[in-house]
Design a protein around this ligand. Structure first.
Ligand SMILES: [Zn+2]
Length: 251
């Protein structure tokens, strides 16, 4: 099995977006990622980044009020389809697309996979369908409902590839645990935005803070047991910890 961490753009963001208890004013350039997992049996994509609309018309998608706090810095090259092309792949090469959750920066790139199988938590799909304000980008919705698999809690996709149900940030959020040959890697997605959020004292934006705290404790325990965490929007982690990005493959 291999893991490739694919950068799919940035946001110019206010820290208060990531930490609702903080005062506005501290600016950060935060990354967005997608993850390619290749096993002996399949090629899986975990999260898909932003849609084309998010780049072309961010205010139209996210609302004028959002842009001063969270402004996309996206080029056409940042779209997941362009990033896959660099790896010699086209969308039909992907056997399964999995979304951590349906927010626009994690499922907007689903638009490139309209013929693919997509999997997400049932609770997330229901939440997204009933809250257009929190889920303004409808790109998460599969064109063909028959190709959508709705999951219920922790799920083994394959041996050593496990989705961990981590609700709180959204009601149906999930993270991904990969048991690579060297060491387990825990892709937290938005259950933990940054290293600073990997503590019960500093909760990120959460639809249900109690659930988010419980999920965070679970992830902390997995890291105590040896998993190496990779956070969804940490501006410094990749450089500070020496993570290598696409096309590098962790094995
Ligand atoms: Zn996010």
């Amino acid at each position: 099995m291999t893991l490739t961490i694919i950068p799919v753009g940035f946001f110019d963001s206010d820290w208060s977006v990531l930490s609702p208890d903080a005062a506005p004013g501290r600016r950060l350039r935060i990354p967005v990622y997608s993850y390619l997992i290749r096993t002996a049996h399949s090629q899986i994509l975990f999260d898909t980044g932003c849609s084309h609309q998010c780049r072309v018309d961010p205010a139209g998608l996210l609302g004028d009020d959002t842009i001063p706090y969270l402004s996309p810095e996206l080029t056409p090259d940042d779209h997941i389809s362009a990033q896959l092309q660099k790896l010699g792949l086209v969308p039909k090469d992907i056997d399964l697309v999995v979304n951590s959750h349906c927010h626009f920066d994690h499922a907007g790139g689903n638009e490139a996979f309209i013929s693919n199988h997509i999997a997400m938590q049932s609770a997330e799909y229901e939440a997204a369908a009933s809250d257009r304000q929190a889920y303004p980008d409808l790109a998460y919705r599969p064109a063909d409902p028959a190709r959508l698999t709705l999951l219920h809690g922790d799920t083994d996709l394959e041996p050593k590839v496990t989705l961990i149900f981590t609700p709180g940030h959204t009601l149906g959020h999930q993270s991904l645990l990969l048991e690579l040959s060297d060491r387990a890697v825990l892709i937290t997605s938005d259950a933990v935005y940054t290293r600073a959020h990997f503590s019960t004292d500093c909760l990120g934006a959460a639809q249900d803070p109690d659930l988010a705290r419980k999920s965070l404790k679970r992830l902390l325990e997995m890291v105590q047991d040896g998993a190496r965490p990779f956070f969804s929007h940490d501006p410094d982690q990749a450089v500070q910890e020496g993570w290598r990005l696409s096309p590098y493959e962790y094995v």
